[in-house]
Design a protein around this ligand. Structure first.
Ligand SMILES: [Cu+2]
Length: 128
């Protein structure tokens, strides 16, 4: 058991390094324009915790237009964020990981997503 956890941890560390490099450039660039009205404050930032008990928390999460941070606190268990539906072009799916965080830009509407690894692990974000 312990040795399995160690090797899993090492491979996850590698994945996280790759993810960290990639994510530093991506999430903010694209969306841009639309909003208009939006905000001097840049929107309400929420953090959705991925992991404990095979859940996304909170869900549903009601936020303002802007950024949502997914934060993995999943021990040695990987989870994904795979988008099912939402307004406009869906954000990029987030592959399996167990630590770290990913910022996602959301627009007005309701998003549905799930973890592709664990049946029944799903979430909703309402952006208003
Ligand atoms: Cu999962």
């Amino acid at each position: 058991m312990p040795s399995r956890l160690v090797s899993l941890g090492l491979s996850l560390a590698g994945i996280w390094l790759l993810a960290a490099c990639g994510s530093s450039t991506s999430p903010y660039g694209g969306g841009g324009g639309g909003g208009g009205g939006g905000g001097s404050t840049g929107g309400h930032l929420t953090t959705i915790t991925v992991g404990n008990g095979l859940t996304f928390r909170p869900t549903p999460d009601t936020v303002s237009v802007g950024n949502v941070t997914f934060s993995w606190a999943a021990g040695s268990v990987n989870h994904t964020v795979t988008w099912d539906s939402g307004p406009g072009t869906l954000p990029a799916d987030i592959g399996p990981q167990s630590t770290g965080s990913v910022v996602v830009s959301v627009q007005m509407g309701t998003y549905q997503y799930h973890c592709s690894i664990h049946a029944g692990m799903s979430g909703t974000i309402v952006v208003q």
